[in-house]
Design a binder for this molecule. Structure first.
Ligand SMILES: Nc1nc2c(ncn2[C@@H]2O[C@H](COP(=O)(O)OP(=O)(O)O)[C@@H](O)[C@H]2O)c(=O)[nH]1
Ligand SMILES: [Mg+2]
Ligand SMILES: [Zn+2]
Length: 304
């Protein structure tokens, strides 16, 4: 074995990990056998993880021997599996990509990803794509629930070549991960801003209504000296990891601003009377769709 080297995971396929090292070389790696024995993680190393590896002298394969602690992460639970799946690690922004239609806009999927961003210490940004497919009034309706949040949003259509300079600058100076339903236009968005990537895009509605799964693995693309974008396959379900009915409200800053005024000391803002959060919904200070999302997530979680 050779000396220990540092690398960042840029792609993961079954059993193999591709790293970018300090010399900007790509290194194919496996994980050291017992490194993650009894791990609670479903996939032990995620795209974006910084790892230590050693190159074998006999073949070109590296062996990952350590993961550095993550400063942020995007995790979910896999459907039917009680395990955490880390989609990406060490990211600055989660771009929640949602199409106005085709596939249908799902408020609750966005709500779940907002909570996941908060849990994983990532700044979320909403990107509404395919704005060419609906009238402007409809876009206002889709954005309405999120206007009360401190959430930056961008509108995008691939029909216009013109880029949003603010979004372009943001992507070039950070590590961001794009997540959303298959067919939402994640890869198309990346191609529009960074044509050199020429990522394959999918056709919606040909084989299935969900779009063909063109992006089949999570991959990090370098787009500038300090800019990386992580493209992910479509997300249909977003199970939240490590959250219960008791701590869900910690990930809703808007709810937290009202809850001191709730009658119940441990008010969860669902069944309790004299709840300041529910009052704020009644007076339209909190958008009902946002609150419905909270209740829907609450009902899907274990009590504690
Ligand atoms: N009308 C319209 N279609 C789009 C737009 N962006 C993407 N599409 C189409 O949506 C489909 C899925 O796009 P893709 O980028 O592969 O979605 P992904 O699965 O989220 O990566 C493709 O057929 C694209 O041509 C857009 O702004 N407007
Ligand atoms: Mg894609
Ligand atoms: Zn309450």
């Amino acid at each position: 074995m050779t000396k220990r080297e540092l690398g960042t995971v840029i792609r993961r396929t079954k059993g193999f990990y591709y790293l970018r090292n300090n010399l900007n070389q790509t290194v194919e790696c496996k994980i050291k056998g017992l490194l993650f024995k009894n791990s609670r993680f479903d996939n032990q190393v995620a795209v974006g993880d910084r790892v230590i590896y050693q190159k074998s002298e006999t073949d070109n394969l590296g062996l990952i021997i350590e993961i550095e602690p993550r400063n942020s992460f995007l995790s979910r639970t896999r459907v039917g599996k009680e395990a955490e799946q880390v989609i990406a690690a060490n990211i600055d922004y989660l771009l929640i990509v949602a199409a106005t239609k085709d596939p249908a806009f799902r408020f609750n999927l966005i709500n779940r990803m907002l909570v996941a961003a908060s849990v994983g210490r990532i700044t979320p940004i909403l990107v509404i794509t395919k704005t060419d497919l609906v009238p402007k009034k409809e876009i206002d309706h889709l954005l309405a629930p999120f206007r009360d949040l401190e959430l930056e949003y961008f509108l995008s259509t691939t029909l216009e070549l013109e880029q949003n300079p603010k979004l372009s600058k943001l992507l070039k100076n950070s590590v961001s991960v794009l997540a959303g339903q298959s067919g939402a236009g994640k890869s198309s968005l990346l191609n529009k801003y960074f044509p050199a990537l020429s990522i394959k895009i999918g056709d919606v509605g040909l084989k299935t209504h969900k779009g063909s799964h063109t992006t089949t693995y999570t991959i990090s693309h370098q787009i500038a000296e300090n800019g990386f974008v992580i493209d992910t396959p479509g997300i249909r379900e977003f199970g939240l990891w490590n959250i219960t009915q008791a701590n869900l409200n910690e990930y809703y800053p808007l709810i937290q601003t009202f809850q001191q005024q709730c009658k119940h000391r441990n008010c969860r803002h669902v069944h309790e009377p004299q709840c300041a959060v529910k009052d704020a919904v009644t007076t339209k200070v909190i958008h009902p769709i946002l609150y419905d999302g909270y209740v829907s997530i609450f009902n899907s979680l274990p009590p504690r």
